[in-house]
Design a protein around this ligand. Structure first.
Ligand SMILES: [Fe+2]
Ligand SMILES: [Fe+2]
Length: 216
């Protein structure tokens, strides 16, 4: 499983580097190209928002481990991801400090809140578990796409590299969540529900105001 996963990870990175952004990770709606220019103007806000995104990624992995302690693979695979996401938070925090900036306040996360509304709340335990994995996969995928935009569109060379590393890392996480879903639940069910998630997410993106002060 490990070697298959690392191969899948490498293939994903290859696809990300070599293909049009609209095809990345199955996302149905590519980010508006104007977003990166808006983000470049609001870099301080982007860094603050990014820092909290990483913090929330770590917290979400911890809460999945707490919710599903008997799912052995999940516990084993997400434990190091918690450390990695927290490391990402610290890298972004260091970047803010380097620029003499405070961490800043956490904003309301409209994008993630809208995704949470789509999660199945009652009924089948397996379906609720699947939705939690797919929510994580989707947030990783969209973050990866946004980091790719920043890694290509910012003028500062250092920041382009900075965001390229995040892009690669989140692509690996996206893969892990999909892979775990297919491992725990049958592939056909995962594929069908993933398609519904992708359609829903495209609508969420479409309805959201284009703002350069946030990652999503
Ligand atoms: Fe991260
Ligand atoms: Fe991640």
């Amino acid at each position: 499983m490990g070697s298959f996963f690392s191969l899948a990870h490498k293939i994903t990175i290859f696809i990300i580097l070599d293909h049009e952004i609209k095809n990345i990770l199955g996302l149905q709606l590519p980010t508006d190209p104007r977003w990166v220019d808006l983000a470049a103007i609001s870099l301080e806000d982007i860094l603050t928002d990014h820092a909290y995104c990483e913090q929330k990624a770590a917290a979400s992995c911890i809460s999945l481990i707490q919710r599903y302690p008997l799912r052995e693979r999940l516990v084993n695979e997400l434990s190091p991801i918690v450390t990695e996401e927290w490391g990402h938070f610290r890298q972004v925090l260091a970047e803010l400090r380097k620029r003499g900036l405070p961490l800043g306040k956490q904003r309301k996360d409209e994008y993630v809140n809208k995704l949470l509304q789509f999660q199945k709340k009652g009924g089948d335990e397996e379906e609720r578990f699947l939705d939690q994995l797919l929510t994580m996969a989707l947030i990783e995928a969209r973050s990866c796409e946004r980091f790719k935009r920043l890694s290509e569109g910012l003028h500062d060379d250092y920041l382009r590299q900075f965001y390229r590393r995040f892009m690669e890392s989140e692509a690996g996480h996206y893969h892990l969540f999909i892979d775990m879903a297919e491992d725990y639940i049958d592939k056909e069910t995962v594929r069908k529900r993933w398609k519904e998630w992708l359609d829903y997410e495209a609508q969420v993106m479409q309805d959201m105001e284009l703002r350069g002060d946030r990652i999503h």
